[in-house]
Design a protein around this ligand. Structure first.
Ligand code: NI
Ligand code: MN
Length: 217
């Protein structure tokens, strides 16, 4: 599976299916693609109802016919715009187009519905996207229950975990590999991914990408 960081929290998973997570592209100063450049998607997963995560999700679903997966309140709004949706809530699992999505807790806020993290299973790999969240002891449960191969963890501070708490989260999640996200998009969420890597140490393999770069899992 090819994994591309689109900048901020935006991720593209290219396996047997094409999955976008939190595709915030328009008005994102570090976005590696524009919404216009996207012509193919099967599933678009949104962690929570904030502009920097919902982003271009509705537009991508409209132009590609992708299924939108998000918390109930967000799915209702998507459906009102004529999009195919799979509404869900924390604790639940949805399988759509051969992709399995589990919704897990996140400590944050949202305009509508609750914020969430997601665990995605595709092509035999398990990937956790923490969304926006503070450090929570329940991350131990995510690790124990889902045993992620790869996790996306926010490190930009102010609105989410910063470097020290994000490094602690990696310990809780027991993820094999981790890609830091949600930093250096804007000056007020600046963070040093090398400092994160240093703090994580041998607890996980830290993969530092630049927006637009890919990693093969
Ligand atoms: Ni947020
Ligand atoms: Mn955010």
């Amino acid at each position: 599976m090819e994994i591309t960081w689109l900048g901020h929290s935006g991720i593209k998973l290219q396996g047997s299916k094409t999955v976008y997570i939190d595709p915030f592209l328009t008005d994102n100063p570090v976005a590696s693609v524009t919404c216009d450049e996207i012509s193919d998607a099967d599933v678009v997963v949104v962690t929570h109802y904030h502009g920097d995560h919902l982003g271009d999700s509705f537009a991508i679903c409209k132009k590609t016919g992708a299924t939108l997966v998000g918390i109930h309140e967000l799915a209702v709004d998507g459906e009102a715009e004529g999009i195919t949706t799979e509404g869900m809530n924390i604790g639940g699992t949805v399988e759509t187009r051969g992709v399995k999505i589990h919704m897990v807790q996140a400590l944050h806020s949202a305009e509508k519905g609750d914020p969430a993290g997601v665990v995605i299973e595709m092509d035999g790999k398990t990937i956790y996207h923490a969304g926006d969240t503070g450090l929570t002891y329940d991350m131990k449960l995510i690790g124990e229950f889902f045993n992620p191969d790869l996790s996306f963890i926010p490190i930009g501070d102010r609105y989410t975990m910063g470097v020290p708490s994000a490094a602690k989260a990696v310990e809780f999640i027991q993820t094999k590999k981790v890609i830091p996200v949600h930093y250096n998009t804007f000056p007020f969420i600046s963070a040093d991914p090398e400092e994160f890597k240093k703090r994580v140490g041998d607890k996980a393999e830290v993969i530092i990408l630049k927006p637009g770069e890919s990693y093969t899992l």
